[in-house]
Every structure is written in structure tokens, then in C-alpha cells.
Design a protein around this ligand. Structure first.
Ligand code: PLP
Length: 354
């Protein structure tokens, strides 16, 4: 059953920036989607309103106990059309995150329709420069003013939009990664598989440590044995080993990335062998040493594909592919972005056109 979406018009529209000079996540469009949940009425008030500050009680539950989940996806411009990459997957995953935090699930179809309406209204905000897109950030948080520890009774579901430029300039550039063997991101049975805000809060200290040691990002090991490769900051990780793609299996503590899933599906379509398995960090070091592993790359919405040039394992730097972007990473970056921008055929039915 589809709900009526109220639209409140803005009195004045903002001036659109030169997106090539905008840093990630700093500029927002004229409108946002908002919906409110109460136990009596469910998600009852879907509306599109001018982008604005939220009014919250200082005892708002999300601030104190962290019932807060989010999603991230991108809208692309091709001619006059706005293209979205697998948005249904984002709302499906959002419901898995919500369920884990005892938060009320959303109606995925209503959420998709609301996003489509919002994007139609904000069509002119989708930038069309090389590598540019409109970043879409849906999020749900608990807003009941109450300090007791139990699930909040009330919630807000909002979607905001932010124009972003490509993570890269003209070319892919390799990143450097520090394998963290002190701090852990998550454990099985915890919330590692869910896109919850607190996972990021917990990761910041290790990120700072990696930066101070001269590396750009952190590769997490499993939280129990601290031996098995899990993922990077906000990306899943792939290795090219003996010409095959290898990535850690989804074990409950790894975030199930939509880019990860898409690379696996695209690789199989292209005839690659893909293996999802446990990857021991010492075996990884051996395979980098022996040359069995020829490429390492991260995969996530923000970067799409990010080649790894340096991997620090237990204090030793391993240089991957002469610290140059690998051929296979480039192939998947090109193929995925070509599908996302509508430049290449989409045999999977991934794209939604508005
Ligand atoms: C969002 C996220 C990813 C990547 O997921 P995509 O759906 O591909 O963007 C990977 N790891 C973590 C921890 C994330 O939060």
C-alpha cells in the first residue's frame, strides 16, 4: 500500500556549487525526506520538506544509547535522466540493521518511492561532471526523550542528499593500508554486519593511529583470533590470487557491501573464479611475498574500487603491484562505473532510471 507523500515547498532555493571544488559531505540540497514512527501509528508521516535542522530533546535516545543506522548510495546523471545503482539493496540492508538494533523496520517499497520522488524534485542537483554524483544518505534514529535503557518508542527516518565529486582525479591511485592487530572493529554476534553509526565511532581511534603511522586506512582482523582478514574502514576487500578473485566470506562480523556483492556477480559474469573464504593474515603475507597475490583492492560505494599499493602486516610493508593500480582493479572500476553512469549495458537489471 503506498502512502501519500506530503511536499512542503521551499521559499527559496540555494545556489548550486561548483561540485569539483566541494569536499565530500559538506553541501546539501534544498530538500530532504522525513518520516516519523510511533507505536500507535507506525511510519505515518512521510513528507518532503526543505532541508533543515532537526529539533531534538537533550534526552534523545540515539544520543545516549545509540539506536542509529544509516545507508549510503549514489545517484548519477546521464543526459536528463537520473540513475540509481541497486537502491533496493540499500533499503533491504537498512532493515537488517534496524532489526539488529531493535528498531522498527521500514516499508522498502515506500522508501524507494519516496527516494524517487525526492530525486525527481532534486534532479537539477545531480551533477553531470566526470565522476560526479549525488550522494544519498538515508538514516533512522531513536528520538524518544527518555533515559531508560530499552528500545525507544519513537523514531525518525530521514534522507538527505549531497553532491560529491569523484574520489579520484583523472586516474585511480593506490591507497596504503595498516593491518590493525590491537583494536578490533566487531565480533560475531555483535553489530559488525549492520550499518550502525557506533561502528564508525569505534573505528576512529585505529584510523587515527594508522594515519599517524603514515597509512591512509585500516584493515581489520577478526575480533576473536585477530588472525583472519575482515574489511577496510568503509570498504570490503578483494585479492587477486593465482588470477582468481578472493574475498573474506560474510561471517556475521563483516559488513555485506553492495559493491562487494556486485563485483562478485560481475566477476562471475565475466568468467572469473571467485572464492569467498577465511583468509589468514600470515598466509596473506606469504602469498604477497611469493607473488601468488598480484593485486589487492577495496570495494565500497564511495570509492567504487580502490587499489591497495602498500599493506603493512605486523610492522612490515608489503608493496603490491609496484604500488600501481592493478589491471583487474582497473577493469572492475571501469566496468562498474560504466554501468552506473549508463555508458555500458546493464545485463543484471541493477539500474533504476528516473
Ligand atoms: C558501507 C560499508 C561498506 C561498503 O558497502 P557498500 O554497500 O559497498 O557501500 C563496507 N564496510 C563498512 C564497514 C561499511 O559501513
Amino acid at each position: 500500500m503506498s502512502q501519500t507523500l506530503q511536499i512542503e515547498k521551499a521559499n527559496q532555493l540555494k545556489e548550486k556549487p561548483d561540485v569539483s571544488t566541494v569536499s565530500f559531505g559538506t553541501v546539501f540540497t534544498d530538500y530532504m525526506f522525513t518520516n516519523k514512527y510511533s507505536p500507535e501509528h507506525g511510519w505515518q508521516e512521510p513528507s518532503i520538506i526543505p532541508y533543515q535542522n532537526l529539533e531534538l530533546s537533550p534526552s534523545c535516545q540515539a544520543i545516549h544509547y545509540g539506536q542509529s543506522v544509516f545507508e549510503g548510495l549514489k545517484a548519477y546523471k546521464q543526459g536528463d535522466e537520473v540513475l540509481l545503482f541497486r537502491p533496493d539493496e540499500n533499503f533491504k540492508r537498512m532493515n537488517q540493521s534496524l532489526a539488529r538494533l531493535s528498531m522498527p523496520e521500514i516499508n522498502e517499497e515506500n522508501a524507494l518511492n519516496a527516494l524517487y520522488e525526492l530525486l525527481k524534485l532534486e534532479r537539477n542537483w545531480v551533477p553531470d561532471g566526470e565522476g560526479q554524483s549525488l550522494y544519498v544518505r538515508p538514516f533512522v534514529f531513536a528520538d524518544e526523550p527518555f533515559l531508560g535503557v530499552r528500545p525507544s518508542r519513537t523514531y525518525q527516518f530521514n534522507i538527505i542528499l549531497s553532491p560529491v565529486s569523484s574520489y579520484y582525479g583523472a586516474q585511480l591511485s593506490p591507497t596504503s593500508i595498516y593491518v590493525e592487530d590491537d583494536f578490533v572493529r566487531s565480533v560475531r554476534g555483535g553489530v559488525g554486519f549492520a550499518k550502525v553509526s557506533g561502528n564508525y565511532a569505534a573505528s576512529l581511534l585505529a584510523q587515527k593511529k594508522a594515519n599517524e603511522l603514515g597509512y591512509e586506512q585500516v584493515l581489520w582482523l577478526d575480533g576473536v583470533n585477530q588472525k583472519y582478514v575482515e574489511e577496510v574502514g568503509s570498504m570490503n576487500i578483494f585479492f587477486v590470487r593465482d588470477g582468481e578473485l578472493v574475498t573474506p566470506e560474510l561471517n556475521g562480523s563483516i559488513l555485506p557491501g553492495i559493491t562487494r556483492k556486485s563485483i562478485i556477480e560481475l566477476a562471475e559474469y565475466k568468467g572469473y573464479t571467485v572464492k569467498e573464504e577465511e583468509i589468514h593474515i600470515d598466509e596473506l603475507a606469504n602469498d604477497l611475498n611469493s607473488g601468488r597475490i598480484t593485486e589487492v583492492f577495496g570495494a565500497g560505494t564511495a570509492v567504487v574500487v580502490s587499489p591497495v599499493g602498500i599493506l603493512n602486516i605486523h610492522g612490515t610493508d608489503y608493496i603490491v603491484n609496484d604500488n600501481q593500480p592493478g589491471e583487474i582493479a582497473q577493469e572492475f572500476y571501469d566496468h562498474l562505473t560504466d554501468i552506473q553512469y549508463g555508458r555500458k549495458e546493464d545485463p543484471f537489471g541493477w539500474m533504476v532510471r528516473l
